[in-house]
Design a protein around this ligand. Structure first.
Ligand code: KIV
Ligand code: NA
Length: 266
């Protein structure tokens, strides 16, 4: 199997085949998710809250993400690797967006980029696509705007539903190859998915999308505390890792590790 490319994703939509996307920020997770057959890996600016320990994605910079993207791309053979353009690195102008996306493609070895925003981002999307960079859109709840949106809130309710579909159509017309839709009512995501020819990737957007995305530490139960409603934990990595670290410390303390088989003779 070769590298997943834009036409593969479009064929899956035509055939009605659903697929799963995950975030990845380092070599081993990228290797594992690639082996699992996850077709698209996102080096998300969610690294802000899941790698760097920030409260939001707002402080994340291009310099934070590009080395992570390079590691993920280097560790995969099949997955399409999408680099997430951070807050403030693309909204000033199409030229700024192109300069930033170029860094993700050249230094981050990405195969595509993602940016947040609907119809207002059309000029940026158009220039990137013209330059040969596949662009994934992101509408609904857009975490980089959380201070304007007033926190983590469901978007696209009531009259906003029509604007959400219009944003999706505008991004598609501008050349986006796919669009993420975050935290909108399932019925609105269903409408968007039916309206667009390009894949719609949901997160907190119900079961009717063409694909789903989760932050991998949420999916695998690594993160502590209360997870959002849209998260399902498919493992308890936090519990496993906690137990391993405790067992290791115990065995070092009582002298049972390292054992003779872990030691060298003279
Ligand atoms: O940064 C991220 O992880 C994302 C996904 C949740 C879509 O943007
Ligand atoms: Na993001």
């Amino acid at each position: 199997q070769r590298r997943v490319r834009v036409p593969h994703l479009h064929r899956m939509k035509e055939r009605g085949e659903r697929w799963a996307m995950l975030t990845a920020y380092d070599m081993y997770t990228a290797e594992i998710f690639d082996e699992a057959g996850i077709p698209v890996l996102l080096v998300g600016d969610s690294a802000g809250n899941n790698v760097y320990g920030f409260e939001t994605t707002v402080p994340v910079t291009v310099d934070h993400l590009v080395p992570l993207a390079r590691a993920v791309a280097s560790a995969t053979r099949h997955a399409m690797v999408v680099g997430d353009l951070p807050f403030g690195s693309y909204q000033a102008s199409p030229q700024q967006a192109l300069a930033t996306a170029t860094r993700f493609m050249k230094e981050g070895l990405c195969h595509a980029v993602k940016l947040e925003g609907g119809a207002p981002m059309v000029p940026e999307v158009e220039l990137l696509v013209r330059a040969g960079i596949p662009v994934m859109g992101h509408i609904g709840f857009t975490p980089q705007s959380e201070h304007v949106l007033g926190g983590y809130k469901v978007q696209g309710r009531g009259d906003d539903a029509r604007r959400l579909v219009e944003d999706g159509l505008a991004l598609q017309a501008a050349g986006c190859f796919a669009v993420v839709v975050e935290m909108v009512p399932a019925s609105v995501a269903a409408e968007l998915t039916a309206a667009l020819d390009i894949p719609v990737i949901g997160i907190g957007a119900g079961p009717h999308c063409d694909a789903q995305v989760l932050v991998w530490q949420d999916m695998a139960g690594l993160r502590g505390g209360r997870a959002p409603r849209f998260v399902k934990k498919f493992a308890d990595l936090r519990g496993e890792l906690l137990r391993a670290a405790q067992d290791y410390a115990t065995e070092v303390g009582d002298g049972s590790f390292p054992a003779p088989e872990h030691s060298f003779e003279s």
